[in-house]
Design a binder for this molecule. Structure first.
Ligand code: PLP
Length: 459
């Protein structure tokens, strides 16, 4: 028995044949795999095992497949999809340089200790039950103070969520009916179209224009607004481009929303990671009369993406946003609450020392500059310098699809980036997104690998 097992460690224990959603599953006796039996037949005194082969099949089952809902066909999350291939390579002993996921904790960034202390205190003091559905009073007060610092007036309600991700889900679910639509930027952060797909809503994209520093073309955006449009999504600083929307751009979007009676969903998760000279501006601060949902969270600037802490701030005229705000709270009650102990870090984060941010921005600026300098000196690459967040979105002049580029780079150089197509980038344009969170030495290694790969593959 032992010998058989050694023959093939990795082969499947059961064999599956699939036809039209019906799986035929063949299970072998003794937990052996088919190849163990076959190889034993060849390697070890074959005739005995050969005769017993059919007897070693313990049962044949017909299994009806459980299909996933059709609405999932439009759900993509390329940021993690390529990581499956990377995991396989890592299992084969290859060392992967992961420049695909925006998690500072995977690099040389550490959670500020006073946030950890706040959570430990909450745990030790027994705040381990369900929290109030909108959030704890202390967390909500801290978010209101933050809104004030951001210049947001006319705040009608605030609430705490499991990351900005849950806030996006709740805000869109409470707003949009099938047949209606939401204008979201392209290249996109794929969570928005994933949530809309779940709601049976077809997203409408408004392009961010590379030649304009990835700012939106506002005439084009306006031309895409129809009677079924309910909201405009603003992501500034932007993922994946690193663009920060200028004040005139924000003012014009606010004006469009005012005129066409639209809600603005403003994802400001990177608001404290500004790398350029332009300050961050909250669109809600420019337009207190327009319904705006400003979304923020601790994941990025406060270096705790695993804690899943975010919030929403709904501002605008009270009468205009009352029903929408109630809809949001109805959904928040249905999902009970965000994590009790972790939201206790919100007051510590927003009202406590901000010293770590100076160091975070210093590192990011230096790494952004290195990345841009490398793009400038590398044939076939161009890149709009990111003004915020920690993503660069270089364009590559190549013939094949950018997905082939990213796969090839991973297989040959073990550098993991995300292809532009994964962000719904327009067909025919080739880009990739890389995070520049890695330290200078790791980045230089990545640059060398990517340059060598480009040179060898495309000349
Ligand atoms: C633009 C944008 N919004 C939202 C999120 C999700 O944030 P959270 O960790 O708060 O769910 C991300 C994460 O990368 C993001 O880039």
């Amino acid at each position: 028995m032992h010998r058989f097992r050694a023959a093939s460690q990795s082969a499947e224990r059961d064999v599956l044949n699939v036809t039209d959603g019906v799986h035929t599953k063949v299970t072998f006796l003794y937990g052996l795999t088919r190849s163990e039996i076959v190889s034993s037949r060849i390697d070890h005194n074959g005739p005995f095992c050969y005769k017993r082969y059919s007897q070693m099949i313990s049962r044949v089952q017909q299994i009806q497949e459980v299909p996933a809902a059709r609405r999932l066909e439009r759900v993509r999350y390329a940021i993690r999809d390529l990581a499956v291939l990377a995991d396989e390579l890592a299992r084969q002993g290859k060392q992967i340089l992961p420049l695909n996921i925006g998690d500072p904790l995977s690099f040389d960034f550490q959670t500020p200790p006073h946030l950890i202390e706040a959570v430990i205190r909450a745990l030790q003091e027994g705040r381990n039950g369900y929290a109030p559905s909108p959030g704890t009073p202390a967390a909500l007060e801290a978010v209101r103070r933050e809104a004030e610092r951001k210049g947001i007036r006319n705040v009608q309600t605030v609430f705490i969520t499991a990351g900005v991700s849950e806030a996006v889900d709740v805000c869109l679910t409470a707003l949009v009916n099938p047949g209606e639509t939401v204008l979201a930027p392209s290249p996109e952060y794929p969570l928005y179209s994933a949530v809309l797909a779940k709601l049976g809503v077809e997203p409408t994209c408004y392009p961010l224009v590379e030649s304009k520093g990835w700012q939106p073309d506002l005439d084009d955006l306006e031309s895409r607004i129809s009677d079924s449009t309910r909201a405009i999504v603003v992501i500034s600083p932007n993922n994946p481009t690193g663009a920060v929307y200028s004040r005139p751009t924000l003012e014009r979007i606010a004006e469009l929303a005012r005129r066409r009676n639209l809600v603005i969903i403003s994802d400001e998760i990177y608001d404290k990671l500004i790398l350029g000279d332009e300050p961050h501006i909250s669109i809600a601060a420019l337009a207190p009369d327009v319904p705006v949902l400003t979304l923020g969270g601790l994941s990025k600037a406060y270096l705790v993406p695993g804690w899943r802490v975010g919030w929403g701030i709904l501002s605008g005229e009270a009468a205009a946003v009352k029903a929408y705000g109630e809809g949001v709270h109805k959904l928040l009650r249905a999902r009970l609450s965000a994590s009790f102990p972790f939201q206790e870090a919100i007051p510590a984060a927003l009202d406590g020392p901000q010293d770590h941010l100076t160091e975070v921005r210093r590192k990011l600026r230096s790494r952004r500059d290195l990345t841009i300098a490398w793009c400038r000196r590398t044939p076939r690459l161009t890149c709009v310098p990111p003004q915020g967040a920690f993503y660069a979105f270089p364009r590559i002049e190549i013939q094949e699809e950018d997905e082939q580029f990213a796969k090839g780079l991973l297989l040959e150089k073990q550098v993991l980036v995300v292809h532009g197509g994964g962000f719904g980038q327009m067909p025919g344009s080739r880009h990739f997104r890389m995070v520049f969170l890695a330290d200078e030495a790791a980045l230089e290694r990545a640059f060398r690998s990517i340059s060598d790969f480009i040179q060898a593959r495309y000349g």
